[in-house]
Every structure is written in structure tokens, then in C-alpha cells.
Design a protein around this ligand. Structure first.
Ligand code: GLC
Ligand code: CA
Length: 602
């Protein structure tokens, strides 16, 4: 969601595997498993196809469990694999307690969990809490009549008569099925383009959808919806699922009065009091609708009540909740963590990094500092199925493996839980569609060419240099990214200098060195415009991480007198790339995008 984002804007071995219904064992330091785990996001449609239909499946994931173990992954998060018409590729769920037939069966899923467990890999699912598919039986019944007992499971309202003096609506805002002269209940716009309301000619009312019209919002104010969704969670926890990633959790509740959202103006169009300057016009989203501040349908206080209840259920199972939380500031992030009896999400994702689109030591340092200041346990990710892959976002015009390794080093040495995105570990690149005909993502179809959609970051996993990168024996549902002949698992396993082998080494290091998991984060040389550096300090030991985020060689000097290290202190290399193995505190040399990780010796 490139434009939208721009506008809005771990350890195996030591911890015992929790069985369902038993709270997770704490490790020696008293930390739960998810603080030590390296997570790996799998987009099942694109990971591995075992039946030749061009779409990945659950058996494909199971077949590569050894690959994941060797990589060092402790938990996989699988994006929605439930029965779905696939309008939004699974984020439109038609049955919350079953497996999409094209992905396999419940028995395949059980086998996947079991094979994961054998290798100490936990399975986390994606819980689409805000909306279901318009083909879900709940919605079909809700839509059947105004008197249906399911009517109130979704958000239905009468339209409004159009003001005859209002300017004509942009084409995208016109619902062809709505009676002439009738407008939606309010001005809310959908994140996926157009109004957030769709007219149903059968019952002559409008239903609300924050995302695609095929994704009607559930009415969380209805206790029966609440109970049904909590039963879903228990169903999967009882089946051995170790947690959920909560999809679009900011948008669970809407203003009961459905008040209009105010327009959004960029800061330079506001006066000192925050009012728009004369003549200011709100900019448009890529679909042609004026931008608005979603104060009445995003991040309502009621969300937090549900999250606290959900956390209590998760705690009964020792499970983790990962939040797709698009926080705008640290106060919002803090709220999602909650506290004590009002604890909420253990791992609320901080998407501030999604809005940082170039490698910049000051900018990265600032984001990490902000997250550190929240007081919670951070979670970091640089890529996912909604944002341009970091390989390209930070690699610029000429993405390089050197940058990929630098990002790996950062992700795996920060204090917090890292989440990798499939293919990131081999330096997979983005491949945006080249024409509208090629686009599969609904937002790309609606937003072309301003919004090209998210196909680019969802291309098939590159296993080999052979046909279809070894992803399928059939026709892949999306084209393979161009770099598959050099960047694939088979080739990179043979190459000691590959991105894959660097990821493996960095994960291994994280698993072995407690300073990288437990250690305090201490930013160093905070004025350096090129090199981001920090210590991870733990029990009298310190590991130094220096990352050259520039395309020029850099030499840096560290004064660690305050940390108790003298001028003679040496550095014992733990892992490096594009940097000499022998380095002194007084002179650390890094080649372009070079990485040096070393223990500081007294
Ligand atoms: C989240 C998902 C995205 C999906 C949307 C609607 O943002 O990550 O892929 O389209 O929710 O479910
Ligand atoms: Ca909602």
C-alpha cells in the first residue's frame, strides 16, 4: 500500500515448547517464548505449490519446514488460509474455523503444526477481526432481510438524501445501485477506494466496509459477534496455534453516531490554530477521494476493551498476540501494550519504519529511539505483504546484497522481536506489475497507476534457478521476480557470501548471544550522519553493532569511557560484512553499507 502508507502516515533450543492449554514456560531470565523467537511471515499463496495449480499451499509450507529450521526460525505467521472467495487473497474470510480448499484441509493443517512442533517451530495464524467476506454465511443472512437475526452482525444504515446544492460526486463515489438522489449514511471513505458504504438494493440500506466492498465490517458492539469471534480464537488455540496476528485491529469500532470525518490538510496548509488556510483543498487519495482524518472510524477507545479481553484468553494458552497497529505516535503504541490487568497486545507492530523509505542513520536511530521510549518490548519488521520489500525500499535504484545484509544485521541485533518476511532472507526483490491487466490486487486494479497495489511484494518464493523458480510445476499466479536466477535458496546455500548465509549467521548469533536478546540498547555516536551504532549491554558484557548506512567507506571512533571501557579496549568480531575482522574501538572501518558486530573486550 505504497501511497497510502506514505500519506498516513529470539531462541530455539532453550525454551520448551508450550502445549496448548498450558501457559508458556518462561526461560531462565523469566521471559516468555515470543520475546526470544525469530518470527517469519509466510504468504501461503506464494510460498510453495505442491499440487501444480500455481498457488502455494499448506503442504508446501510443511515440505519446507527443515529449510525454516535451518534458517533458525522459531515461529511462522501464516497470513489467512481460511475458506475465502480470495477477493483480498484470504483477508475476506468466509469461514473462520476451516482451511481454504486450495490450501489444503484441516488434517494438512494439523500435520503442519505437528511437523513444526517437531522442529520447535510454532505456528501463528492471522485473525481477520474487523470484517468477514460478503460470502460469509453471517453476512448472507444479515443481508437477507432487515428482520434477520443476523442483521445487526454488520453495520447497516439508511442513506441520506443528496443536498441539491452539493457539487457532483467523483465517479468512484457513485454507487450504481443506489437510488438517484440518495447518498451514503456519511462521508467515510474506504481505504481501498471510494465511499466506505455500499447500497444493497434488496433491503434498500447501506452496509459499511472500511476495506473492499467484499469485506463488510463486523459490528463489534453486538455481543453475539463478540462471542462468535472469541470462539474462533479458542478453536485455533485448542488446535495448537501459538498466537494470532490481529489484522486491521485499529478499525474494530465505529462512532455510534456515525459522524462525518473532518478533511485532512497537510501541515503546511494549516494556520497556527490548526485551521485550514483560506483556499486550502484536501489532497486526494490515489483513488480520487479527498483525504480525511479518520477520527470516527479508526482507533476508537472501545478497541482497547476487546483487546484486553482477548489478551486474557491468549494468556490462558501462553499464546502471543501480534497487532497490525498503524500507530501514529508512541502514545498510541503504548496504549496497545496496555499494562498489568489491562495488558493488551504483546507485540504491537510499529509501522513507523514502513514510512521510512531510505536508508538513513539519523532516521533509523530516531525510530528505534522512539520505540525504545515506549517502555514495551519492541517488535521490528522491514517488509511484509503490504509494503514494498525493504530490498528495494532501502536499496534505491541499484539494490544490493550489501544493503540486504545490513538490514539483516539491524533486524537481528535490535532489542525486540524480529519478524522476517518470506524471501527477505534471500534478497528477493519487488516486482511491481507493468500494466493494469497484470494486476491481481484489488487496490491496484482500482488505483492504477497511482496505486499499483501489493502484487510486487507477493511474488512466488525463489527456491531454485529452474522453471518458475521451483515454486510450482504449473503456471504461477504472479510472475516471478527478475532476480530469481541469482537469488534463490539452492544457489545461495552453495555461496558462503550469500544473503541467505548471512541471515543464518545473524540468527545463529542472536540465538547464542544473550546480550543480543536481553541486553539494553545504548545508542552511540548519535550525531553521526552515516553510521548507526549501538551497544547491547548485558551482565557486564557489551556487544557493539556498527552499520554504515552510506555508499561511502566510513571510519568511526567510539569513546566508551562512560561504559567503563578504556582507550585500549579491543573488539572481538562476532559477525561482519564489508568490514575488516580486526578492529579497534578507536578506529572502526566500514566499507559501503558495511556491518561490524563485535564484543567489546576490556
Ligand atoms: C491488513 C492486511 C492487508 C489486508 C487488509 C484488509 O492491512 O495486512 O493485506 O488487505 O488488512 O484485511
Ligand atoms: Ca470496523
Amino acid at each position: 500500500m505504497k501511497l497510502i502508507a506514505a500519506i498516513l502516515l529470539v531462541t530455539g533450543g532453550t525454551c520448551a515448547f508450550a502445549q496448548p492449554k498450558t501457559p508458556a514456560k518462561l526461560d531462565k531470565e523469566g521471559h516468555p517464548w515470543w520475546q526470544h523467537a525469530v518470527f517469519y511471515e509466510i504468504y501461503p499463496r506464494s510460498f510453495a505449490d505442491t499440487n501444480g495449480d500455481g498457488l502455494g499451499d499448506l503442504n508446501g509450507i510443511t515440505a519446507h519446514m527443515d529449510y525454516l529450521r535451518k534458517l533458525g526460525v522459531d515461529a511462522i505467521w501464516i497470513t489467512p488460509c481460511f475458506p475465502s472467495p480470495q477477493v483480498d487473497f484470504g483477508y475476506d474470510v468466509a469461514d473462520y474455523t476451516n482451511i481454504e480448499p486450495m490450501y489444503g484441509t484441516l488434517a494438512d493443517f494439523d500435520r503442519l503444526v505437528q511437523q513444526g512442533r517437531k522442529r520447535q517451530i510454532r505456528v501463528v495464524l492471522d485473525f481477520v477481526v474487523n470484517h468477514s467476506s460478503d460470502q460469509h454465511p453471517w453476512f448472507l443472512k444479515s443481508k437477507a432481510s432487515r428482520q434477520s437475526e443476523y442483521r445487526d452482525w454488520y453495520i447497516w444504515r439508511d442513506g441520506k438524501p443528496r443536498d441539491p446544492n452539493a457539487p457532483p460526486l467523483p465517479g468512484i463515489a457513485t454507487d450504481p445501485n443506489a437510488p438517484a438522489g440518495e447518498d451514503p449514511p456519511n462521508n467515510w471513505t474506504s481505504l481501498f477506494g471510494g465511499p466506505a458504504w455500499r447500497y444493497d438494493p434488496g433491503t434498500r440500506q447501506w452496509y459499511y466496509h472500511y476495506f473492499d466492498p467484499a469485506q463488510p465490517d463486523l459490528n463489534w458492539r453486538n455481543p453475539r459477534v463478540h462471542d462468535a469471534m472469541f470462539n474462533v480464537v479458542r478453536f485455533w488455540f485448542d488446535r495448537g496455534v501459538a498466537g494470532f496476528r490481529l489484522d486491521a485491529v485499529d478499525t474494530l469500532f465505529e462512532d455510534p453516531q456515525l459522524r462525518d470525518n473532518p478533511p485532512f490538510y497537510p501541515p503546511n496548509e494549516l494556520d497556527a490554530a490548526g485551521n485550514p488556510l483560506p483556499g486550502a483543498v484536501p489532497p486526494k487519495d490515489p483513488y480520487g477521494m479527498p483525504l480525511q482524518r479518520r477520527i470516527y472510524n479508526d482507533n476508537l477507545p472501545e478497541n482497547h476493551v476487546v483487546l484486553q479481553q482477548l489478551r486474557q484468553v491468549a494468556d490462558q494458552y501462553g499464546a502471543v498476540l501480534i497487532g497490525e497497529t498503524w500507530t501514529e505516535n508512541i502514545a498510541q503504541l503504548k496504549q496497545y501494550y496496555g499494562q498489568g490487568a489491562a495488558a493488551e497486545i504483546q507485540l504491537p507492530m510499529d509501522f513507523l519504519f514502513a514510512n521510512v523509505n531510505r536508508l538513513s542513520a539519523p532516521e533509523f536511530r530516531r525510530q528505534v529511539g522512539l520505540v525504545e521510549s515506549s517502555g514495551g518490548w519492541p517488535v521490528y519488521l522491514f517488509s511484509n505483504h503490504d509494503i514494498t520489500r525493504a530490498y528495494n525500499r532501502y536499496g534505491g535504484q541499484q539494490p544490493s546484497d550489501q544493503v540486504a545484509k545490513l538490514l539483516a544485521a539491524l533486524l537481528l541485533t535490535l532489542r525486540g522481536t524480529p519478524i522476517l518476511y518470506y524471501g527477505e532472507e534471500i534478497g528477493m526483490e519487488n516486482r511491481d506489475p507493468v500494466s493494469r491487466e497484470e494486476v491481481r490486487d484489488p487496490i491496484g486494479i482500482r488505483g492504477w497507476p497511482l496505486e499499483k497495489g501489493r502484487d510486487g511484494e507477493r511474488t512466488p518464493m525463489q527456491w531454485t534457478a529452474g522453471a518458475n523458480a521451483g515454486f510450482t510445476s504449473g503456471k504461477p499466479w504472479l510472475p516471478i521476480a527478475a532476480n530469481y536466477q541469482t537469488h534463490n535458496v539452492e544457489a545461495e546455500e552453495q555461496d558462503a557470501n550469500s544473503v541467505l548465509n548471512f541471515y543464518r549467521a545473524a540468527i545463529r548469533l542472536r540465538h547464542r548471544d544473550p546480550a543480543l536478546v536481553e541486553g539494553a540498547y545504548v545508542a552511540l555516536n548519535q550525531d553521526d550522519p552515516n553510521v548507526m551504532a549501538y551497544l547491547r549491554q548485558y551482565r557486564g558484557r557489551a556487544v557493539l553493532v556498527a552499520l554504515n548506512m552510506s555508499s561511502e567507506p566510513q571510519t568511526v571512533r567510539f569513546d566508551l569511557a562512560r561504559q567503563g571501557y578504556g582507550a585500549k579496549s579491543r573488539l572481538h568480531e562476532l559477525l561482519s560484512s564489508n568490514a575488516a575482522a580486526q578492529q579497534k574501538l578507536s578506529e572502526v572501518s566500514l566499507q559501503p553499507y558495511g556491518v561490524f558486530i563485535g564484543e567489546v573486550l576490556r
